[in-house]
Design a protein around this ligand. Structure first.
Ligand SMILES: [Zn+2]
Length: 241
């Protein structure tokens, strides 16, 4: 169960295959609840308190505060792919397997964003949407923001037989690697570049460098489709301290 030390005032961790699948679409309710219970217990948290994003590969976020944080506790929030908050009592969760889990943290305002950014969400601008939301809600200065890029399908394995029309815009050209029979997309480089253009320092971006497709200890949608590895999702859990 890797904990991520992005900042001492953040609890940030992701699960692995050994922690079990964390998504109700890939296991029985009893199993998934048990996996979540064990994983959250290692973080000294109660899985029943987690606020989960239902994730629709869009860029809509929910602002959590002390009021609605109570209302949403233990729920899976429809129609959102992430959260922003300054409220330490809320514990947030997303599920990923190849999509990019992203955390943005503003230490000056003790504000954070937890974002699920698959390639569709990234095309819609999820990373910079998250940053803009911190700026709007909490007057965050992008130059102070710390970023974590979690385990995801990297350019080594994020390939498509043909270029999806979403990537046809010329701004994607530097991030496409055309191979003999496929095209690879460097989502991570794109996310870093767009955040940097929006004011985040390159030195403030902490990249896990983990590729879900090649590491058997992580769930991967692509690997599971290719070789029948067990399907599932890992949980990424974040909370302000
Ligand atoms: Zn890879």
């Amino acid at each position: 169960m890797p904990k991520v030390a992005l900042h001492p005032r953040l609890l940030l961790a992701y699960s692995q295959v050994t922690d079990g699948n964390m998504d109700f679409r890939f296991g029985t309710p009893k199993e998934v609840r048990q996996h979540r219970q064990q994983f959250f217990a290692t973080l000294k948290q109660n899985y029943r308190d987690a606020i989960e994003a239902a994730q629709i590969h869009f860029d809509r976020l929910l602002v959590l505060n002390s009021e609605n944080g109570k209302m949403w506790r233990g729920m899976n929030v429809t129609g959102v792919d992430g959260f922003v908050t300054t409220e330490p009592s809320v514990i947030m969760m997303i599920r990923t397997a190849d999509c990019v889990p992203l955390v943005l943290y503003d230490p000056a305002h003790h504000a954070m964003a937890l974002l699920h950014a698959g390639w569709r969400g990234t095309v819609k601008g999820m990373a910079t949407t998250g940053l803009a939301r911190l700026v709007k809600e909490y007057q965050t200065d992008p130059r102070q923001v710390l970023v974590w890029l979690g385990p995801a399908a990297r350019v080594c394995h994020l390939t498509f037989p043909e270029i999806p029309s979403e990537f046809e815009h010329e701004l994607w050209q530097p991030y496409l690697k055309i191979n003999f029979q496929s095209v690879a997309v460097d989502l991570i480089a794109y996310i870093k570049a767009t955040l940097h253009q929006a004011g985040v320092k390159k030195s403030s971006m902490v990249d896990s460098h983990l590729c879900t497709v090649e590491l058997p200890e992580l769930f991967s949608h692509r690997r599971s489709q290719a070789d029948g590895s067990p399907a599932g999702r890992l949980a990424v859990v974040a909370k302000l301290k």
